[in-house]
Design a protein around this ligand. Structure first.
Ligand code: NAD
Length: 548
């Protein structure tokens, strides 16, 4: 646990978000800490402060204003920010993360008020260690880093992508209790190829085109060396990199440093968990499924690879397991006769006549599940969903593309075009839907169910590497947390209100793997679940006078 070793007083204390209590400083604290007169006289309880925040939050005209307001609160009073976020996760998650964070990133340069996180730019090459040394915290355990090339499904947003590492790390704290000071958001500003941003005088990044090839790779290598030197126990989460770089970086570094790619591995884990739960509804095992993916990128192939691992663990031959997963990309069905396939797609190129589009692939392959990870909206059309309902008693429809505007279909379309029989999950949240007199509660396949718990387990065990097995146990642990009552309402993930409990269990499961596989560097605690819980930060104000 972090020590309350502060020595701030007066205005400096009020302006330090980690230690500020705002109007909740007691009269005695105000005297002792030279705050008298610097705050309005009435002392507020934390509950009243929360009430004030919620009132302001509701009064904002739109979600982007709510995002700006919440970031501002995080900048002023971290404890209050996390109290509100944790206690109102359903309301806050779509604001501090997808979908609103997407708009936040698109307008980052225009909204810019105060810097958050660390920017490492192409101009810092040769002195990245100096830049990393400027970060004020000596103990950092989790870094989320992006180069802004593929922000959600919104494309290249360059340095504006900083909203993503900032948001993801807030979720580490809110969902798994990783102390905020142990987290470090980083944006690698390697340029942007986004013409609108390049022409925008308010753009916050270097107004130049992206580094590529060797220049890009040496910058990344220097970055990894610099952060590993200053923070030898850090977990590095790669986030929203362009597809080729994402696969390349993961391949290069996964056995060298403690790292993972959330778009590939975190998505895979949360989706596998959703499949496990959906199969409790259909009553059919994973080995009998035919999964058809739209989009053969990081998310899609990441999910398929984890499904293959799950099937081989059940005893299926790997080649047979791969046959359960099919892909349609921009050019059509991924088949062995195609010469245009990137290396990461080839393991899923099966012997089958080429088909030009998704609709014909549905008719030919008769999938039990369709999984959209294309970043393209409206691709699960009415005829496609009707075909899924014709082919399956309970068709599984996962429309994962983010933000909401990119979802392959809406929740309403998924339910209403399948006579209410779809088992549906989406990347961004949808409100409950009523069709044919029945109300459905759409599930969100939110990576936040997985990565914070995985990070917590890695942190407590001091795991040297992050393995696919850890994501597999995370998926199983998450699926096991879904209760019959959730299933009865069509919910294939637990309610967000349970997420800290879920993260604690995932953390325990992941740490257990680290200890069993000889990857842990921390001594095994006597009571691992208790040690995991003891690490979880609670947003409670320090009692300053008690410290003296
Ligand atoms: P990516 O760029 O790596 O992959 C997208 C793939 O879709 C590419 O292979 C592209 O060729 C293909 N594609 C594009 N248009 C297509 C079309 N019209 N038909 C068929 N294929 C098409 O991106 P990614 O990381 O895989 O992410 C894809 C989407 O999934 C994004 O919108 C992202 O936000 C979303 N996502 C959701 C979750 C989640 O729900 N938990 C997690 C990660 C990513």
């Amino acid at each position: 646990m972090k020590q309350n070793t502060h020595n701030l007083t007066g205005a400096a204390l009020l302006h330090d978000p980690e230690w500020n209590k705002g109007t909740a400083f007691t009269a005695a604290e105000r005297d002792a800490l030279c705050l008298r007169g610097l705050l309005p006289p009435r002392v507020c309880t934390p509950e009243v402060q929360v009430q004030r925040v919620l009132g302001n939050f509701e009064r904002k005209a739109n979600d982007l204003d709510r995002y700006v307001y919440m970031i501002g609160l995080e900048d002023r009073n971290e404890t209050l920010f996390y109290r509100v976020v944790i206690d109102h996760l359903d309301k806050m998650m779509p604001i501090i993360y997808t979908p609103t964070v997407g708009q936040g990133c698109q307008e980052y340069g225009h909204l810019f008020r105060r810097p958050r996180g660390l920017y490492i730019s192409a101009e810092d090459r040769g002195r990245i260690a100096e830049v990393v040394a400027n970060w004020p915290h000596d103990d950092v355990r989790v870094i989320v880093v992006t180069d802004g090339q593929r922000i959600l499904g919104l494309g290249d947003l360059g340095a504006n992508g900083m909203g993503i590492p900032v948001g993801k790390l807030s979720l580490y704290t809110a969902c798994a209790g990783v102390h905020p000071s142990l987290t470090l958001p980083i944006t690698l500003d390697v340029g942007t190829n986004n013409e609108t941003l390049l022409a925008d005088p308010l753009y916050i990044g270097l107004p130049q085109r992206r580094l590529q090839g060797e220049a890009y790779e040496t910058l990344l290598a220097e970055f990894i060396t610099a952060v590993s030197a200053r923070y030898p126990h850090v977990l590095i989460q790669f986030e929203d990199f362009g597809t080729l770089n994402a696969f390349g970086l993961l391949e290069k570094y996964r056995n060298q440093v403690c790292c993972f790619n959330d778009d590939i591995q975190g998505t895979a884990s949360v989706t596998l968990a959703g499949l496990y739960t959906a199969l409790r509804i259909t009553g059919k095992p994973l080995r009998e499924q035919v999964l058809l993916f739209l989009g053969a990128g990081e998310a899609g192939t990441g999910i398929a690879n984890l499904v293959v691992s799950a099937l081989t663990e059940e005893g299926m031959d790997e080649a047979e397991a791969r046959q359960r997963c099919w892909f349609v990309d921009t050019r059509g069905l991924v088949v062995s006769s195609r010469q245009d396939l990137a290396a990461y797609k080839r393991p899923f190129a099966h012997d089958h006549p080429f088909l030009p589009d998704f609709a014909s692939a549905v008719e030919s392959l008769r999938p039990t599940a369709i999984i959209g990870a294309s970043g393209q909206p409206h691709m699960f059309t009415r005829p496609i969903l009707a075909a899924m309902a014709r082919l399956n008693e309970r068709p599984i429809v996962f429309s994962l593309s983010n933000p909401t505007s990119k979802s392959e279909c809406t929740a309403e379309e998924a339910y209403c075009w399948t006579d209410g029989r779809a088992i549906f999950a989406s990347g961004s949240p949808f409100d409950p839907v009523t069709c044919s007199g029945q109300t459905f509660y759409p599930a969100q396949g939110n990576n936040a169910y997985i990565f914070p718990g995985v990070g917590l387990g890695v942190l407590v065990s001091g795991a040297r590497l992050v393995t696919d097995e850890m994501f597999m146990v995370a998926a199983k642990t998450l699926a096991a947390e879904v209760e019959e009552e959730d299933l009865a309402n069509g919910r294939i993930y637990p309610p967000l209100s349970k997420i800290r409990e879920v993260s604690a269990k995932i953390g325990t499961a992941v740490a257990t793997i680290a200890y069993e596989r000889g990857l842990a560097t921390m001594p095994h605690p006597k009571d691992l679940p208790a040690a995991i819980r003891a690490h979880m930060y609670e947003p409670v104000y320090p009692n300053y006078l008690g410290l003296e």
